[in-house]
Each structure stands twice: as C-alpha cells, then as structure tokens.
Design a protein around this ligand. Structure first.
Ligand code: TXA
Ligand code: MG
Length: 350
C-alpha cells in the first residue's frame, strides 16, 4: 500500500487535506494524525473492520483495547451507558485535553474496538487538526499511538513513517506534538476514580476536581503474572528501545560518576554506549553517545523529548543504554512510569 504523507500547518489547516482524510476514515481506511500527546493511528471506531486494520498495522495484541476520540460532548451519549458525576466534573476540567476516561460501553461500540471489554476508553484531544478531522469525518475515531506495537510512541510524523509506511493510507504531518507522552487514563466506572496510566494530568490535578483518586497497583511496579493491570496495554513490554536500558538512582553526582566508569570500560571493549543525560549533566559525561532528555527544572521538556531520545538511540545502533532517574512525583510519575517500562524495571542503586 502507498502511504501518502501530507504536511499541514497546524495553525492554518488546509481543509482539503482534512476532508480527504475524513473520506478515508469514513470508508474504513487508516489515517495517522497529530494530537497534543503523541501521534494517533485513526480508524472508524464503530467499524469493527477498521479496528481490525489498526491491530494488523501495529502488530498489536487483540486484547489491548483502543481509545475512542471525540470532538464534541454530544458524541459521548452514543458510546457509553452512563456518564457518572465524577466523569462530568473531570470532563469539564480537562477536556479537550490529555485525559482518557473509561466508561461502561454502549452496544454500538464493537468488541473489536474494546478488545472484548464491556468498557470503552474515550478522549477529546486538545489539538485543532485532530478535532477538525473528527468533525469532518463524522465518525468517532479509534486511535492508539501510531507506532509499531512495543516501540516508543511517535512524537513526529517521521516516527510514524518509520514504523507504519506502506501499512496505512495516510499520515498527516502537523509537526512535533506538544506534550510527548500519552494521556492520563482514569477509570470512572468505580466509586473512587482510578488512574490506570499516569500522564500529563497528574494525580494532584485530578484530586483537586474529584477528591480522592486511586492508582492501579500494576502501574507502579513490574507486573507479576498474577496481577492483572486494568489497562490491558500496561502489561506489555512497551516503549522499549532496541538496546537494553539500565537506569541508575542515587545522588546525581554519584550516578554520573558511575555511568562514566561503566562507559569507560565499555568503550575499551568496543561496546557502543548510549547515555540518557539531562541539561544539567550532559557536559559531565566523558565518553559514549550522550543525549539530553531535558531539564530537571522543567519536567515538560523531559516528557516532550522522552520518546524521541529512545528512538534516536535505536537509529544510532547503540549496544546498551544507561539512564539517570528523575523525581517521580507530579508529571515525574508519568515520566518515570515510561522510563521504567522502557528499562523493563531494571534500576540499580548507586
Ligand atoms: O494520548 C493518548 O492516549 C494517545 C493519543 C493517540 O490519543 N493514545 C494512546 O493509545 O496512547 P494507546 O492505544 O497507545 O494506549 C491505550 C491504552 C492501553 O494501555 C489500553 O490498554 C488502555 O488504553 N485502554 C483502552 N481501552 C481501555 C478500557 N476499556 N479499559 C482499560 N484500559 C483501556
Ligand atoms: Mg501505545
């Protein structure tokens, strides 16, 4: 299949491009498009055949459900059985935005979209092109991240093309995304809302709106076979670069020294070593392929660069990667969740 890559100006969107993409979606095809979090791979959420194509293009396990993207609150009624009060409060506060809510699904949503679950994940993205695409196509758009299953999520159209060129109808290139990590997933089917995947909307932000919020145990540590994460996607090895990643925690200057020692040995034995540094430490490393992931003083920059850095190490064909760890509160919770998963929870104390 030929994949058309069309560039748009995210500020002045060419309606012809959006109309064409809308037609592709309407007739069951696949279009990758930018959102404020990561690029999504879109198909008609109410067409089981389109969902099937999404799973095939990504190589995604069929029990891992898709997020349904809407542009207007009125679309929600068709998709869900009920809208709990907590959901209304959260939607008021954070939609459009990087938050996905889990509802009991209506009969209209095919099992093929929800991986056989009786719940459905819904999100209203805060991105002009994404919203216009949903409106113009006239369909709710099922969209997982537009990467090959298991690879880091795409934050640019080039990342999408690397993974999915030849497998989907169209890629809308709307420049790099803003946030860089996926939405916060909140299950609102229970009395106390539960975070199933941390993201840009932090626990503190949610708690300000609805009071007590829980967090699924399975996302704060490695998943043992007897613990079943409530977001099926969280059990898979995810976001992983090709080389093995080890993270080091401890006092920052000791971590840097330790990584320098390991890298020194590696270089002598011809092992190509990648280092995940930050703006504050990048000049302290003496050897290896050093990439800054952002500034410790501005966590937004770390979220923004995270997946791009992991993909760059793939392109550089490094043999191993060493990484610094970061504070895991507020946005840091989502950042460390992604990095620890990428490392297969391999963390060493220095
Ligand atoms: O920011 C985002 O959420 C991006 C953009 C494209 O919107 N999308 C995204 O989709 O990250 P994906 O497919 O990569 O991740 C969806 C996650 C998976 O972990 C999946 O298991 C979970 O959402 N999920 C979907 N439906 C669910 C449901 N009904 N119950 C529990 N978890 C669900
Ligand atoms: Mg994904």
């Amino acid at each position: 299949m030929d994949t058309r890559i069309v560039t748009i100006n995210p500020e002045h969107i060419d309606t012809k491009v959006i109309e064409e993409a809308g037609r592709i979606l309407k007739r069951g095809g696949l279009v990758a498009f930018p959102t404020e979090t990561v690029y999504g791979l879109g198909g008609d959420a109410l067409n089981a055949e389109s969902s099937g194509k999404i799973y095939a293009a990504k190589g995604r396990p069929s029990d891992n459900p898709l997020i349904v993207h809407i542009s207007d609150i009125e679309q929600l009624d068709k998709l869900v059985c009920e809208i709990p009060d907590n959901a209304k409060k959260l939607m008021d506060a954070f939609w459009p935005g990087p938050m996905t809510l889990i509802f009991k699904k209506s009969g209209l949503v095919p099992d093929g979209t929800t991986g056989g679950l009786d719940t459905v994940a819904v999100r209203m993205p805060n991105h002009k092109a994404a919203l216009e695409l949903i409106r113009t196509s006239g369909v709710a758009i099922a969209a997982p991240s537009a990467n090959t299953s298991g690879r880091p999520s795409p934050t640019t159209a080039a990342h999408v093309a690397d993974d999915l060129s030849g497998k989907i109808d169209m890629i809308i290139d709307g420049s790099a995304v803003g946030i860089g990590i996926e939405s916060t997933i909140v299950d609102v089917t229970s009395e106390i809302p539960m975070v199933l995947r941390p993201g840009y909307i932090t626990m503190e932000m949610l708690e300000k709106v609805v009071g007590k919020v829980g967090i699924d145990k399975a996302i704060t540590g490695p998943v043992s076979p007897d613990v079943k994460p409530k977001a099926p996607g969280m059990k898979y090895k995810h976001y992983a670069p090709k080389a093995e990643l080890t993270m080091f925690k401890g006092e920052l200057k000791n971590v840097v020294e330790h990584i320098n020692n390991l890298t020194d040995k590696n270089v002598k034995s011809g092992i190509k070593t990648g280092i995940i540094a930050c703006e504050e430490t990048k000049d302290m490393y003496k050897a290896g392929e050093v990439l800054s992931i952002g500034s410790r003083n501005n966590e937004d920059t770390i979220a923004h660069n995270l997946y791009g850095v992991l993909r760059k190490f793939d392109d550089m064909n490094v043999d191993v990667i060493y990484g610094e760890t970061f504070e895991d509160n507020r946005l840091g919770q989502a950042i460390m969740n992604r990095l620890l998963k990428a490392a297969g929870y391999h963390v060493e104390k220095v």
